[in-house]
Design a protein around this ligand. Structure first.
Ligand SMILES: Cc1cc2nc3c(=O)[nH]c(=O)nc-3n(C[C@H](O)[C@H](O)[C@H](O)COP(=O)(O)OP(=O)(O)OC[C@H]3O[C@@H](n4cnc5c(N)ncnc54)[C@H](O)[C@@H]3O)c2cc1C
Length: 476
């Protein structure tokens, strides 16, 4: 058996080992055994843990942040763009709606214009829009987003997971994986107070966003734009291009009678996009997504802490710029998201890789018999040398995109699953990730219960349970 250490955690491991030699408490180690271990509690991880728990599996969910929801909560990306979603997303919406003013179906209040270069979308009391109006992007018909309060979304996710019996470990970071050939035996984590744990599971699901577990387990991964020759994608570059979608650090602003003005940060902050997408449950409090704040490669080259420091300085400069526009006159900066908004990092080489060919073919042209989720968002490579390229109709994502190539008891259900760079730019949306998690969790529970390889589960039953295969969306 091999233990593979994810190199980026080496300094943390050394620190913990040193601390452990000084403090006996830090040496205490728990050993937990479960059917399904989900690593990462963002949109994908939520869907995976919920599906596995509801299917009767004993589930442990490991999440590094203090809250569930990942990018959708800790990075303040609380906007579900128009597009298909599975039953779990609708259920989440129902939970939030029952809690009052924590969710809204938000029409566009202002569109990008050269003299006011931002989009603005928030819930209004008189709106007659319904959840169904948010379920498609391609084609004709009403299109609007679901906007939520981050804390409320995290709370609703936690409530649903608890009813499914999921054991949730917050502030707990996955560090290493112990593998035997193409099987993951156990993982090691560090939790609050430096307490380490070993988690043994029959099936593991990587929902870390950046394929951290897959990388630690030795899976092949991809990074940045793929060459045209790799997947024969017409919009891919012919020559090697080291580009990743831009990173954002979102922030919250609130309307107050006497807003505090933000001064420009002193010193050089470098160039950033003078644009934004701003959304809120109502106009009392809004979240600003500064779109292209930091180039995606900075995270790979400089690491997380340095990227976060640069992004925080640019947030100051960004709000200093935005606050002058009429829509934002009565607002002041409230807080900055605790987590970077990362659109793209490592992706896993899986049994099938979704490409631009799938997006162009759409459900009508795809031949796959294992479609477990549908999506219809444009290819969106802002900050990566591109813009929006619409897809004509909804397309399907096969279950094989969730199986790291050759692995027996490992699935990947997050933006780090088996997508080309271009396909990922379309299907990374939060509700699509919940749907991927939903399928992965159901498959993992079956594999754990029957002692099967994740490739050998009953695909027809999974496809039918997800209801995604070959069904046209409203917008088609
Ligand atoms: C700025 C920005 C704007 C966006 N706008 C929209 C939008 O308007 N609408 C839309 O639908 N989508 C949007 N997206 C895309 C969408 O929000 C994300 O792609 C999606 O939420 C990703 O979900 P995920 O489950 O793959 O990853 P995440 O939500 O990132 O979850 C991964 C989780 O894993 C945890 N984790 C990572 N490493 C470890 C570890 N070692 N140990 C334990 N836990 C770990 C993280 O803390 C995190 O909680 C946007 C994304 C960004 C960045």
């Amino acid at each position: 058996m091999k233990t593979r250490l994810h190199l980026r955690y080496l300094p943390a491991v050394i620190a913990v080992l040193l601390a452990g030699s000084l403090s006996p408490a830090a040496e205490e180690s728990e050993r937990a055994v479960c059917d399904v271990c989900v690593v990462g509690g963002g949109s994908g991880g939520f869907g995976a843990a919920l599906a596995a728990g509801r299917a009767g599996a004993k589930v442990i969910l490991v999440e590094k942040q203090a809250a569930l929801g990942g990018t959708s909560t800790s990075a303040f990306v609380t906007n579900w763009e128009p597009g298909p979603g599975c039953s779990f997303a609708r259920e989440l919406y129902g939970h939030l709606k029952a809690k009052g003013d924590t969710v809204a179906i938000a029409p566009r209040v202002h569109r990008y214009q050269s003299n006011e270069p931002y989009g603005l979308s928030y819930g209004t009391p008189k709106s007659d829009l319904t959840y169904d109006d948010t379920l498609h992007r391609a084609g004709k018909g009403r299109k609007c987003s679901v906007v939520m309060k981050p804390e409320a979304l995290a709370g609703a996710m936690g409530a649903m997971l608890k009813t499914a019996g999921v054991r949730i470990l917050l502030k707990t970071t996955f560090q290493t994986a112990e593998t035997s050939g193409r099987t993951v035996r156990s993982i090691r984590t560090i939790g609050p107070g430096g307490r380490s744990a070993t988690i043994v599971a029959k099936v593991f699901i990587d929902s870390t966003g950046g394929a951290h577990l897959c990388r630690a387990a030795g899976c092949e991964t991809m990074l940045g734009a793929d060459l045209r020759s790799r997947f024969d994608e017409p919009s891919a570059p012919e020559k090697s291009a080291r580009v990743l979608n831009a990173i954002s650090l979102c922030y919250r602003i609130r309307r107050v009678p006497e807003p505090r003005r933000t001064e420009a940060p002193s010193g050089e902050v470098g160039a950033f996009g003078k644009t934004a997408f701003v959304s809120g449950v109502s106009d009392r409090e809004l979240i600003v997504n500064p779109l292209g704040l930091v180039a995606g490669v900075v995270l790979i080259d400089k690491g997380y802490p340095q990227t976060m420091a640069l992004a925080r300085r640019r947030v100051g400069a960004h709000w200093h710029w935005l606050q002058r526009y009429p829509h934002f006159k009565g607002y002041e900066l409230k807080d900055i998201a605790p987590m970077l908004g990362i659109r793209e990092s490592y992706r896993t080489v899986t049994e099938y890789i979704l490409t631009q060919g799938d997006l162009v073919a759409g459900l009508a042209g795809q031949k796959h018999t294992d479609i477990i989720a549908i999506a219809d968002h444009p290819m969106d490579t802002h900050g990566a040398g591109g813009g929006l390229r619409n897809v004509r109709a909804a397309y399907g994502i096969p279950y094989r995109c969730l199986i790291p190539k050759g692995y027996d008891n490992l699935l990947v259900a997050c933006r780090g699953a088996g997508f080309s760079h271009l396909a990922a730019s379309s299907c990374r949306l939060s509700r699509t990730m919940i749907a991927l998690g939903h399928a992965a969790g159901a498959a993992a529970a079956e594999a754990a219960r029957d002692g099967k390889n994740v490739r050998k589960i009953d695909i027809a039953r999974l496809v039918s349970a997800m209801g995604a295969g070959k069904k046209p969306t409203k917008g088609k």
